[in-house]
Ligand binder design. Structure first.
Ligand SMILES: *Cc1c(COP(=O)(O)O)cnc(C)c1O
Length: 367
């Protein structure tokens, strides 16, 4: 048996006809750039996320760069974020010329530890980028309180958490700006790259819309230096077809997660994902803390089970960030976590037999 970490085939099979029709229409209309489907999809996402504005762009990475630019982060400014996330969270800070300041994570949720944020704040700190890792929101109540006290802006990197909730609020809509990614492996993926910014602030939304077209308004008059970063019409059309299914897909992921929780609760060598009681996760990943992780990974791979290490190296130790001056030992929880995590398949359509096989092989390994 071969078990995939993610299988896009199953999802595509159910939508193939609709997707082909919609793409064909755009090929006939030639409205490739900011065609009507972009605005239609933006309105659908704003509705889905219960926020006022959604601004499509070319990727989740660009969404972060646009968000930082919209908040005037540049030059000498410092931005606080987590070292245990996908690279783009921190690289976007560098891209606008600002300085990344890392704060360690919590061992249970893998998200930034709010209790460690204040010690990292200096007179130069302008913003915090929070990441809702693996689909579980960080502790937004505490983080927003700290931001308010110190007059900081907050961006939610919600690339992995579309539709997740914290304390009844939709992830990505709690801070000044939230960002989404439609990379194919996210819960809502398109057929290439795509991203989005969310906000409830009309001025920020207007600025984001200008920034994605070189900062121009009206055409050929530039108030800011923006990006060329639009969500493609074709991608918007694909996403319009997929969004109505997202809740069902996320529910299926939650059910698959529940099955793992139930079936593996008595395996002492692994710790299942801890979900904060205020958080509703969408399980973009199902990430275990495992004893003897490297050998477990080998064992599962040898049995044709797709699994992955998200992420093998914390960002403060990446070569490109050497200039920030961090060293091993600075963020012990993130450093320990990268050695122990392993993500196993939890995608919506995974057959039960495949989950049973994963469970059986994990059990076998620890026998
Ligand atoms: C995927 C991801 C991004 C980047 O999104 P792209 O669309 O691939 O540019 C940023 N942050 C996090 C946490 C991600 O998982």
């Amino acid at each position: 048996m071969k078990v995939n970490l993610l299988d896009l085939d199953a999802q595509y099979a159910s939508l193939r006809g609709d997707i082909k029709n919609e793409i064909a229409k755009i090929m006939e209309s030639h409205q490739y750039i900011l065609g009507p489907q972009v605005k239609e999809f933006e309105d659908m996402v704003a509705d889905y996320c219960r926020c006022d504005y959604a601004i499509g762009c070319a990727s989740g990475t660009d969404a972060l760069v646009l968000a930082l630019k919209a908040l005037d982060i540049a030059g000498d400014d410092e931005v606080i974020t987590t070292p245990f996330t996908f690279f783009a969270t921190a690289s976007s800070i560098d891209r606008v010329g600002a300085k990344t300041v890392f704060v360690d994570i919590k061992a249970d949720t893998f998200n930034i530890d709010p209790d460690k944020i204040e010690a990292a704040i200096t007179p130069k700190t302008k913003a915090i980028i929070v990441v809702h890792l693996f689909g579980q929101p960080a502790e937004m109540d505490k983080i927003m309180q700290i931001a308010k006290k110190h007059n900081l802006k907050v961006i939610e990197d919600n690339a992995q958490g579309i539709g997740a909730e914290y304390d009844g609020k939709v992830a990505g809509t709690i801070a000044d700006i939230g960002t989404l990614s439609f990379f194919p492996s996210k819960n809502l993926g398109c057929m290439g790259d795509g991203g989005m910014c969310l906000s409830n602030d009309s001025e920020l939304a207007a600025k984001l819309k200008q920034l994605r077209v070189h900062g121009e308004n009206p055409k050929y008059y530039h108030k800011w230096i923006g990006l060329n970063s639009r969500l493609d019409t074709i991608q918007a059309a694909v996403l319009k077809i997929k969004l109505p299914h997202l809740d069902a897909w996320s529910d299926a992921r939650r059910k698959n997660a529940e099955y793992y929780y139930e079936m593996m609760k008595n395996i002492a060598e692994i710790q299942m994902p801890f979900i904060n009681e205020k958080a509703k996760s969408i399980f973009n990943q199902f990430t275990l803390i495992a004893q003897d992780r490297d050998r477990l990974l080998e064992h599962l791979q040898a049995n044709d089970i797709g699994c992955a290490i998200y992420y093998p190296m914390p960002l403060h130790l990446q070569e490109c960030f050497a200039k920030l001056g961090y060293k091993e030992g600075d963020f012990p929880i993130a450093e320990e976590t990268v050695k122990r995590v392993i993500s196993i398949p939890v995608y919506s359509e995974i057959p039960r037999e495949h989950q049973d096989f994963v469970i059986e092989k994990i059990r076998e390994f620890y026998k």
